[in-house]
Design a protein around this ligand. Structure first.
Ligand code: AMP
Ligand code: ZN
Length: 115
């Protein structure tokens, strides 16, 4: 998608603090971190959100929990605890319509997943 912000990051057309990259996934630091560790893990292929998965994007997305756990270890939050979440659609609070998972940790996050 030519005008998608995260597709532009995938194509390296705009800068991002990339912390992980493989053939189908990319992770970078959130520009407005809500915790000491706040990463965004995305499939490189454009897909709006979990409502929009295709067989190809689902294959990449299926690898996200494992890569997120590796990122949590790499960033030193695995043992203390961390969170993996995705916002889907308007009431889900989604702001950027390229599927992305937040990897958040480094402070107590509480047990509530919504307010
Ligand atoms: P969401 O509300 O789940 O769609 O989350 C979108 C996230 O993207 C927010 O946490 C933003 O801070 C983050 N974000 C927006 N623009 C950028 C950017 N250029 N680089 C890194 N993160 C971004
Ligand atoms: Zn995109």
């Amino acid at each position: 998608m030519s005008d998608c912000l995260f597709c532009k990051i995938v194509r390296k057309e705009i800068p991002a603090a990339i912390v992980y990259e493989d053939d189908t996934l990319l992770a970078f630091k959130d520009i407005n971190p809500q915790a000491p560790v706040h990463l965004l893990l995305i499939p490189k292929a454009h897909c709006e959100n979990l409502n929009d998965l295709t067989p190809a994007t689902a294959e990449a997305a299926a690898r996200i929990p494992g890569v997120a756990a590796q990122l949590a270890r790499d960033h030193g939050v695995a043992e203390a605890g961390w969170r993996l979440t995705t916002n889907c659609g308007i009431e889900g609070g989604q702001g950027v319509y390229h599927l992305h998972f937040h990897v958040i940790g480094g402070k107590p996050l509480g047990s509530r997943v919504c307010r």
